[in-house]
Every structure is written in C-alpha cells, then in structure tokens.
Design a protein around this ligand. Structure first.
Ligand code: HPA
Length: 280
C-alpha cells in the first residue's frame, strides 16, 4: 500500500512555498533524460534537491542529484524540475504524478514536459522534436486510481485536447522562428524499462502512435485533472525497435539528447516568452 497521500503532498507544497518564494508562477517545466533546461534572462533563486521536497524516498545516483530550480524575474517565477519519477523505477502512479501536482499546488498554470522517445513513424527521423498532440496510455495505470481520484473533482476528467492547442501552436511558431521544423504526433506511453519488441512497435504504429516512451502520460493526466494547460515536447532519440534495424542503447538516447539540446532550449525559451506575453 502506497503511504504517499494527498495530505502529505499538500504539506510538502506548503513547506516548499514557505522556504522558497516562487513569485507568481508562469509555468513549471520537467526535463527528461539527457535534457537540461536553463532560463536565460531569469535569475536562479533556489536549487532544491528532490529528497527535501517530496515526501517519499528519492534515491540519488552518484553524480546525479535531481533538483527543482526556482527561476525568478521580478514578481514572476518558473519552476524547472530536473528529472522525473518513472513507473519502471518502482514509483507508484501518484508518486510519478507528484511533480505536476506539486506545481499545481504552488500555483503554476502551465505544465511543460520534455521527454525522450523512440520514433515509430518512418517519416520522423531520429533527432526530431515532436510536439505531442495526444497520447495512448499503455502503462496500465492512472494517477487518479483510488483516493487521488476523490481528492479533487472531477473523478472522471475529460482528456479531449489534453495537449493544449494554443501551446502546441506557440511551440510550432517558436520552432519556426528559431529556424527548425517540428511535427505533431501521438505519444504511446509504456511501462518499460525494457525497450519494445518489434511486434509491439508495429502494433503501436497501426494504433496511430508516432513515438513511444516510458514516461509523461501519468503526469499529463494529473496535470489535466488539476486544470493545468499542458505542452509536451518529445525528442525522438532513435528509431524504435524494428524500424531502424539497429539494437537500441541507452548511450544513443543520451547522446542524441545532448545534440538536440540547443534546439529544444531555443524552442522552450520561445514558449516562455510567449507565456510571459500572454500573462503580461
Ligand atoms: N522506446 C521507449 N522509450 C524510449 C525509446 C524507445 O525506443 N527511446 C528513448 N526512450
């Protein structure tokens, strides 16, 4: 039984808000594998290890301390969560969803997630950035199961346009302005941690998937449940199994993540600018 309860999360949010003033939040960002985010023109006001934020054990790997960065500019703030929780690490769906829920409790109106994925569409080459327009939840769980569904209404949230059409358009415009193209696609979320079989990838392709990855869908469901506007940018680091013909390695995923960082960074800066203007 998961001992991570809604009241524990609410207490964690109060503690965080007391210790780290965020100002009026413009958005919360979560950065996935190999993807680092910085906010040019903003001041890094705090860098807080996850172990002191979330009310459940967060093991740290040597040389890798996941942190949340509070960025400030005048009375406004941005939260950047550097690293996420995955079901395949053994976290429960509510623990995986703790990042967007904390962001919502702290007042963030927008949730922007980046992740790494495998492309299941031959027209989307490795290294592409995909603006997610919808998902297929193949993780077999929901962060709303049990008491978390009763925590806030509605228990049965609608997921039409879960991926905000306005933010998707802003992301595409910001990519164009930065001089590169993005496509839109459907993200299939799996449990992992193994990569998919070629037969699974073929099935996902026929189901309408564009990319496949092991994260994000729990976060999106929780974020929409709490009314946040959601944008997800997926970096297709490789062709999924059976599409490219090469066996997959985690190293390849990290290297392509590094190479595409600049493009993703400029796209996100464009999105932040757009959000600032929208709220100005
Ligand atoms: N499959 C699932 N998750 C991934 C992949 C993949 O091919 N690449 C990066 N994350």
């Amino acid at each position: 039984m998961d001992t991570f309860t809604p009241s524990a999360l609410e207490a964690a949010a109060r503690t965080f808000a007391d210790r780290h003033p965020t100002g009026k939040l413009v958005a919360a960002f979560v950065a996935g594998s190999g993807i680092a985010l910085a906010a040019p023109g903003w001041e890094r006001a705090a860098e807080v290890p996850y172990a002191g934020v979330f009310p459940f054990p967060v093991p740290e790997l040597p040389g890798h301390t996941p942190t949340v960065t509070v960025w400030r500019q005048g009375g406004r703030g941005l939260l950047v969560f550097n690293g996420r929780f995955h079901l395949y690490q053994g976290y429960s769906a509510p623990q995986v969803a703790a990042i967007p829920r904390l962001a919502a409790l702290l007042g963030a109106p927008v949730y922007v997630a980046t992740n790494a994925s495998g492309s299941i569409d031959p027209a989307v080459p490795a290294g592409s950035l995909v603006v997610v327009r919808d998902h297929i939840n193949f993780q077999g769980t929901s962060p709303l199961a049990g008491e978390w569904g009763r925590w806030r209404a509605p228990m049965f949230p609608d997921l039409t346009d879960a991926y905000d059409p306005g933010l998707r358009a802003a992301a595409a415009a910001s990519a164009r302005a930065a001089g590169f193209a993005v496509s839109e696609g459907v993200y299939v979320g799996t449990l992992g941690p193994n990569y998919e079989t070629p037969a699974e990838v073929e099935a996902f392709r026929r189901m309408g998937g564009t990319v496949v990855g092991m994260s994000t869908v729990q976060e999106v469901i929780a974020a929409r449940h709490l009314g946040l506007r959601v944008l997800v940018l997926s970096l297709a680091t490789n062709m999924a199994a059976g599409i490219g013909g090469q066996p997959l390695t985690h190293q390849e995923v990290l290297e392509v993540g590094e190479a595409a960082r600049g493009r993703l960074q400029s796209l996100l800066v464009g999105v932040v600018t757009e959000l600032e203007q929208a709220r100005a």
